[in-house]
Design a protein around this ligand. Structure first.
Ligand code: NAP
Ligand code: SF4
Length: 588
């Protein structure tokens, strides 16, 4: 059944390899197996330890799968030996406590990897590409030592591996390796170490998203090839567009529509490209007649809607009241962790120009926009949200800012700051306020990554992080702050609270703000003395309200509301872009 895939790849002049992955204890069912019966901290099921016969069977299964891949037309296979999956579970002392020939010494722990490579090479012949994905940094306690990894690499090269792909960090590692906050190409120094040891090509991975970053990795001699996955969800035409010097829609490392979907059993897609993995049902077919579309609001939803409508062949006008396009997404790009968001805006801006969308910034929509020389057929309203203001005495004082004012950087922000509201934006605000610029080395040290690789798992005690400010984060509810953040990135934001020494106050009732202090009490302790916290600035991140300034203007004209103006609650960029896509697909 795989033949249509391999034939399609070959039609386009490219080679294609199939990754063979045994998840071991990361499997998501009750019958999972591993080297030892040790449960992983990120799955609900406990594995049983594989018997000698089961291990031998598993080796044969890898070889048979490789042979089937070969018959299906694949040019090779990649054997997944990293990220904490089965083979990696055998390799590392923390997950392998066996005392038979598959455990104990490094030589025994590595036996399964050698036997799989040997079996695949024997079964598939000399010309078949055999990529082995080797874990260079396990980033878990009692992970592999660099000496062990180096010995394994040499052995596997001798046994016939064609190319080494590399892996950084197990899925359970508490060090971010792929999120937006990870510096680009942050770990290619590790692939460079491998390159010094072996004579076959080495592939670098993690947070390499643009052609420029990829080229820099090659130019620095850190790798011979570069591997990417998410960038092809963001833009499947990445390679062709690079060759044609066309703008590429870059992956922003948010994980919101890819990994977070997978972890919640939904179809993977992409925040910046909602067509990803929905190519069959979401197709921008050309309009059969002339269409004029007016998009009001030039945030990310409006920009995407204007592009998609123009791609269907409509004559599109996009009106944005602000002097610049981008809306909330542009503000989010000011958060140090989210600087990549700027790439999305740049991409959509270039597409608007290429598609000849009539973009008009710095003015509100007016009646003549609807019925000028030619009447518009459809209006897409994407006017977004306004920040919810705090309604207590003192909330209009000069040192009380909403999050938009704070992020615009036009108001001074003091050293002691109270952030009101601990949702996604409250956490972003903490990052914005606490962040101090770091070199790559400082970033690695602050997360406890041992660049010398002298310690097992490449872990070392994390260096203390010095936050730029003293921050207090408040919420009225008593649930754990950040509980509803993305599955694959929420833990990073929550660890940052600790790293930055943020003082969290939950179950709070706000009373008033004065020039010097925020006055509040804890809801369940009303009888207790009111609290008073000396602060320089209060920043309100208390959610948002829909902003629909053109309701009267459009009245009964055909229109669609998308993004925050449709529903402010739980608005995020993923929903905004998806609704842009759906609105345009629904146009007759
Ligand atoms: P949010 O997640 O709904 O959080 C709003 C916060 O304000 C909550 O902590 C809420 O907690 C508090 N609040 C609500 N009403 C209040 C009031 N009247 N007075 C005082 N406090 C009030 O909204 P958000 O932070 O504005 O984020 C908007 C959306 O963007 C969310 O869906 C969020 O997930 C998304 N977002 C996502 C990311 C990401 O990284 N994925 C980043 C930013 C934003 P209490 O009621 O308990 O005080
Ligand atoms: Fe990249 Fe985010 Fe798209 Fe995932 S959802 S591919 S991380 S831009």
């Amino acid at each position: 059944q795989h033949r249509p895939i391999t034939e399609a790849a070959h039609r386009h002049g490219t080679a294609i390899c199939l990754q063979l992955l045994h998840a071991g204890r990361y499997g998501y069912h009750p019958l999972i197996q591993s080297a030892s019966a040790r449960k992983s901290p990120i799955t609900p099921f406990s594995p049983t330890a594989m018997s000698d016969a089961q291990i031998r069977r598993c080796i044969k299964d890898f070889a048979r799968a490789a042979q089937l891949a070969q018959r299906a037309g694949y040019d090779g296979v990649e054997i997944m030996g990293s990220e904490g999956y089965l083979i990696n579970q055998f390799l590392a002392p923390c997950t392998n406590q066996r005392d038979d020939q598959w455990g104990g010494s490094a030589d025994n722990r590595q036996r399964i990897a050698r036997e799989i490579v040997r079996a695949v090479r024997e079964r598939c012949g000399a010309d078949f590409i055999l990529i082995y994905r080797i874990s260079l940094l396990d980033l878990v306690p009692d992970g592999q030592s660099w000496e062990d990894i180096a010995a394994l690499a040499r052995d596997l090269e001798t046994l016939g591996v064609t190319v080494f792909n590399t892996g950084i960090g197990w899925h359970e590692a508490r060090i971010p390796t792929i999120a937006t906050s990870v510096p680009h190409a942050a770990f290619t120094w590790a692939s460079e170490q491998l390159k010094h040891l072996v004579n076959i090509p080495v592939i670098a991975v993690n947070r390499i998203t643009t052609p420029e970053q990829a080229q820099a990795v090659l130019d620095q001699g850190h790798a011979d090839m570069v591997s990417m996955a998410r960038p092809f969800l963001a833009d499947p035409h990445w390679v062709a567009k690079h060759e044609a010097s066309e703008p590429i829609n870059p992956c922003i490392g948010c994980n919101q529509a890819c990994l977070d979907h997978v972890f919640s059993q939904k179809t993977a897609s992409c925040l910046v490209n909602p067509f990803a993995c929905h190519e069959q049902e979401r197709q921008l077919t050309a309009f059969t007649q002339t269409r004029r579309v007016l998009v009001i609001g030039g945030g990310i939803a409006g920009m995407a809607a204007a592009c998609y409508a123009a791609e269907r062949g409509a004559a599109v006008t996009l009106i944005e009241q602000d002097a610049e396009l981008g809306g909330q997404f542009r503000l989010a790009a000011r958060v140090p962790d989210k600087a990549d968001f700027q790439g999305t805006l740049d991409y959509f801006r270039q597409r608007l120009a290429q598609l000849h969308v009539n973009v008009q910034c710095g003015r509100a929509a007016q009646a003549s926009d609807l019925d000028g020389d030619q009447a518009v057929d459809h209006i897409i309203v994407a006017t977004g949200v306004l920040p919810r203001q705090l309604d207590i005495p003192g909330s209009t004082l000069e040192h009380v800012l909403d999050y938009q004012q704070a992020l615009r950087g036009q108001h001074p922000i003091g050293q002691r700051v109270a952030v009101i509201g601990a949702g996604g934006i409250g956490f972003d605000m903490v990052e914005y306020l606490a962040h101090a610029p770091q070199t790559l080395d400082q970033w690695l040290q602050s997360w406890g990554v041992d660049r010398t690789m002298a310690h097992p798992g490449a872990l070392t005690p994390a260096a203390a992080t010095t936050p730029a400010r003293e921050i207090h984060l408040f919420q009225r509810g008593t649930t754990k702050p950040g509980k509803h953040l993305g599955k694959s990135t929420g833990w990073i934001h929550r660890s940052n609270l600790k790293r930055y020494g943020v003082q969290v106050h939950t179950g709070v009732h706000y009373e008033r703000i004065t020039e010097e202090a925020l006055h509040f009490h804890f809801r369940e302790k009303e009888h207790e003395q009111a609290q008073q916290l000396a602060i320089d600035t209060v920043i309100v991140c208390a959610g948002q309200l829909s902003h629909h300034p053109c309701a009267a203007l459009i009245q009964d004209r055909a229109h669609t509301l998308i993004g925050g103006v449709k529903l402010a609650s739980e608005l995020d960029a993923k929903r905004a872009v998806l609704e842009a896509c759906e609105a345009v697909l629904a146009l007759p």
